[in-house]
Design a protein around this ligand. Structure first.
Ligand code: SF4
Length: 379
């Protein structure tokens, strides 16, 4: 099969059953299981984006990684594993990381039939994305810009030294060219927009740019008020709903639109929220992904071996892969008080409850354990 044909098959199967979505495990097995592991393979990055979820952890000199054999040994012990994510920093920045960590992990995952995602800012020369990408299922990028000037402000305001608009424009143009070239090669490029006071008014235009770059999917998520983004303003729920509704009215229906960790739920007292939930589950080429963090995913830092649940920053590391199995750590997590806090479940409306950061930001006084869906959907 050609690369393009194989990518279309992968897209079709991922769209029918999003392997990162904890909904399937919870609804079919009646419990959450560890199906997803995310490796932080580098803390180096050539950018300092204002919305970066790990911005404060970025370094200028990297430590020594745990051997990939050890990482694979820990994955091998997780029988329920279906997805593997690779993140940073910018995972592709250091060729040694690509050669010694990323490539073997992707090959291992492919041999086991595990879906893979790598998060990249896509600003490096195109040849840096060759030689390993054929073993990757999803290349995930950020898209929160109208133009090079936006990129310059967003990516470099926190950089610590001046970067000229011209230098930023070179990277911005390369990011677009790379997205086009890789999409043409059949790589599944998924571009994510975080809804913020800045991006919300321009979301439809950003969607159009993502379509024009040939990306296979546009992901829309809330801005997560953590790390670098902790001090950033959030849009109101009304603006959020209006922004999404405008996108639904004007979107290109040929591209897969994925909404992640939405701040709207089927138990809402607001009929507009419930209508939006229904619409998202009725229209073609749209999926809603429930939150893997806290439900089916653990994050592993490959330098110190510590295992955390992303977003649950107040919970200290739950274990260390030097000494613990990942499924043992996950069982420990399920017993943790923080784990149970948001684990409501309304199967009649296909809902597994909110993301921690989103709930804290938008619903600080709501006890979701006491709520119940008031609509039903067919799925
Ligand atoms: S699962 Fe939770 S958030 Fe979703 S509808 Fe039920 S109570 Fe509301």
């Amino acid at each position: 099969m050609t690369r393009e044909g194989s990518t279309m098959m992968t897209q079709w199967s991922m769209q029918q059953r999003d392997p990162w979505d904890p909904w399937f495990n919870r609804s079919e097995k009646g419990k959450y299981e560890l199906t997803s592991v995310e490796f932080t393979v580098t803390q180096l990055c050539n950018l300092r984006c204002e919305h970066c979820a790990v911005g404060e952890m970025l370094v200028t000199e990297e430590g020594v990684s745990i051997s990939v054999e050890k990482l694979i040994q820990r994955l091998e012990e997780v029988e329920t594993l279906t997805t593997l994510s690779i993140t940073g920093g910018e995972p592709i920045l250091n060729p040694k990381v690509v050669k010694e960590t990323i490539t073997p992990l992707l090959r291992y995952a492919r041999s086991r039939g595990i879906y893979t995602q790598l998060n990249s800012n896509l600003t490096l020369p195109l040849n840096r994305y060759q030689g390993w990408i054929e073993d990757l299922d999803v290349l995930h990028i950020s898209w929160n810009y109208r133009d090079a000037a936006d990129f310059h402000r967003i990516a470099f305001e926190k950089y610590g030294r001046d970067v000229t608009p011209k230098a930023a424009a070179v990277l911005f143009d390369r990011m677009m060219d790379n997205a086009r070239a890789l999409s043409e090669q059949g790589v599944f490029v998924s571009a994510e927009t975080l809804l913020s006071p800045f991006t919300a008014p321009y979301l439809t235009g950003m969607h159009q740019a993502i379509v024009e770059m040939g990306c296979a999917r546009h992901e829309v998520h809330p801005l997560y008020p953590s790390d670098f983004a902790r001090g950033m303003d959030l849009i109101s729920l009304d603006t959020f709903r209006e922004t999404i509704t405008a996108l639904l009215d004007k979107r290109d229906p040929s591209i897969w639109l994925l909404f992640g960790t939405l701040p709207f739920y089927p138990c809402s007292e607001n009929p507009a929220d419930r209508e939006l939930w229904l619409r998202l589950h009725q229209e073609k080429n749209i999926t809603v992904r429930h939150d893997p963090d806290g439900r089916n995913r653990l994050n592993v830092n490959v330098f110190n071996g510590e295992v955390i649940v992303t977003d649950f920053g107040d919970v200290p590391p739950l274990g260390n892969i030097q000494t613990d199995r990942l499924d043992t750590i996950f069982d420990r997590w399920l017993e943790h008080e923080a784990s149970k806090r948001l684990h409501c479940f309304c199967p009649e409306a296909r809902c597994t409850g909110p993301n921690l950061l989103v709930a804290d930001a938008y619903y600080p006084d709501t006890d979701f354990q006491k709520r119940r869906a008031v609509i039903t959907i067919d799925y």
